[in-house]
Design a protein. Structure first.
Length: 348
């Protein structure tokens, strides 16, 4: 009966019937409490917890995921096929590519390790849903350690990436701690054969380094990600545009404005082709700033005008304010104080 309810719950999740799946897994858990198998009880608790992740109820999910954790004595026993396939919850989590689950299969102890790590991942996502990123960090770090021991570098790298993002979000960790996790993730990237996953991870690493103001490593990471972003799929083009924009911003921060110009121009053109007007406005603003720092105030004014129009088209009020302020500064340097005052007044 428990196996039948488990299979029915999996089918319901696959069809998007999340509440039906929760009902099936809840019944299976109730039945498992009448058995003498703690392993079966924990497997059913995991199924229900993972289903609650799908329904967007992290507190409820965490309650059952915690129940699914094995005792020290049970750590040496294999739970078998009843372990919930975390791929079902993967669409809701979105940060964990399918390749990061199910990698640790084919051998009992490795499969069990993958199952334990998957539980840590789910728990980390629950804590994030509860807005407790500091508690999520340890879950992701535990998952990364277990995945590493199970020789699954893809999953370990993603867990480390998620850990670093949670550390930045919590603001309770020192920059050196976060940089250490990013360095571990970066090291693992070199062993990952999947170029799409490697590219996504390098982009996330670059964003992490940017928040730490380590812009040299950020630029290097973005450039590596860009090299792995090939293909003509629309999604790849959007990622390419974002990477170009990030590269330009990183070089602005490094004060290598001449190098930044090319990245800004490519990013603005690609965002324009894709219809991303707000992002295009941001690129024009970055380009204008680089031009102003190079002393080309005429080009700066022109690009601030392009940025202003893009921000108006996309309804970005903050962007419009920044573009008007930039225009005022450019006009002042061009010797036109009246225009400068007008643009400053528009910014106000």
């Amino acid at each position: 009966a428990i196996e039948g309810l488990t299979q029915a719950g999996r089918r319901a999740l696959a069809l998007g019937a999340r509440q039906e799946a929760v009902g099936c897994f809840r019944k299976a858990l109730l039945l498992s409490r009448d058995t003498v198998s703690p392993q079966l009880l924990r497997a059913c608790a995991f199924n229900l917890g993972a289903a609650y992740v799908e329904t967007g109820k992290p507190r409820k999910a965490l309650e059952f995921l915690l129940q699914s954790q094995p005792s020290e004595r049970e750590n040496g026993e294999h739970l078998g096929d009843l372990y919930f396939n975390a791929e079902a919850a993967q669409e809701a989590l979105q940060d964990f590519p399918k390749s990061c689950f199910g990698k640790a299969t084919g051998h009992d102890d490795v499969s069990q390790a993958g199952g334990r790590a998957g539980t840590h991942v789910q728990m980390g996502c629950c804590y994030l849903g509860m807005r407790e990123p500091a508690r999520a960090v340890q879950c992701f770090l535990d998952a990364a350690q277990t995945y590493t021991a199970a020789e699954s570098p893809e999953a370990a790298a993603v867990a480390l990436s998620r850990a670093s993002g949670s550390m930045l979000q919590s603001r309770r960790f020192q920059a050196a701690e976060i940089a250490g996790v990013l360095a571990q993730c970066r090291s693992l990237c070199e062993t990952i054969p999947d170029p799409a996953l490697r590219g996504k991870l390098y982009n996330d690493i670059g964003l992490g380094y940017s928040q730490l103001h380590i812009f040299s490593l950020a630029a290097e990471s973005f450039e590596r990600a860009l090299g792995l972003c090939g293909g003509e799929l629309e999604g790849n083009r959007h990622r390419e545009a974002a990477l170009l924009q990030n590269l330009g911003a990183a070089h602005n921060a490094l004060r290598s404005f001449g190098t930044a110009l090319g990245w800004h121009q490519r990013a603005a053109a690609l965002h324009g082709t894709l219809g991303n007007r707000r992002a295009q406005g941001q690129c024009f603003g970055n380009l204008a700033y680089a031009c102003s720092r190079l002393g080309n105030h005429e080009a700066a004014a022109e690009n601030y005008l392009h940025a202003l129009k893009a921000f108006q088209d996309s309804g970005d009020m903050q962007g419009q304010w920044q573009a008007c302020e930039g225009l005022g500064t450019a006009c002042f340097h061009l010797g036109d104080p009246q225009k400068a005052i007008r643009h400053y007044q528009e910014a106000l």
